[in-house]
Design a protein around this ligand. Structure first.
Ligand code: SAM
Length: 149
């Protein structure tokens, strides 16, 4: 991801709305946003009144996030799931396909272990991932792709 242009090409969408509605059902107090990036979604968590910790390994993205409205209400950390404190959160969230950065079973299992450790008993882990059988990449930017030329 390129932090400077990320927000411009990733506007608020129905998946973001879905996550907010899902969190309302869970009714958490403390929420961790893992892979928060530029804070595009994170600031809406703070706006909704949750106590938010936000983590991302990309220092440039975190620096941009810190300039946003509500940023001062959020605890920002540079790191990954290993950085999460233990038994602190009612919900951990990973939005906009962060789950897809984990390319091996080992790295995904480690993330799940870290997230589980960071949740209070009965806590929730909310994340999305693309459905590979939909093959959406076949239509991405089709109009700008030169095939067979
Ligand atoms: C597509 S962006 C999603 C950003 C944000 N969640 C959103 O809704 O806009 C994916 C993010 O995952 C972060 N990332 C990459 N490797 C990671 C890791 N091992 N653990 C957590 N986040 C990671 C990237 O730095 C990037 O900010």
């Amino acid at each position: 991801m390129i932090p400077l242009v990320y927000d411009q090409i990733n506007q608020w969408g129905k998946d973001d709305e879905f996550f907010l509605q899902l969190l309302k059902k869970v009714q958490p107090k403390n929420v961790a946003d893992v892979g928060c990036g530029t804070g595009r979604f994170t600031i809406h968590l703070a706006r909704a009144g949750y106590d938010v910790t936000a983590i991302d390994p990309n220092a440039e993205a975190i620096a941009l996030a810190k300039e946003k409205e509500h940023a001062a209400e959020i605890s920002w950390m540079i790191g990954d799931s290993a950085t999460l404190p233990s038994e602190k959160f009612d919900a951990v969230i990973m939005t906009a396909n962060v789950a897809q950065v984990f390319l091996t079973d080992k790295s995904w299992q480690q993330t799940l272990t870290d997230v589980y450790r960071s949740l209070k008993p009965g806590g929730h882990f909310l994340f999305d991932t693309r459905n590979p059988s939909a093959k959406t990449w076949e239509v991405w930017e089709q109009d700008q792709t030169l095939i067979g030329q």
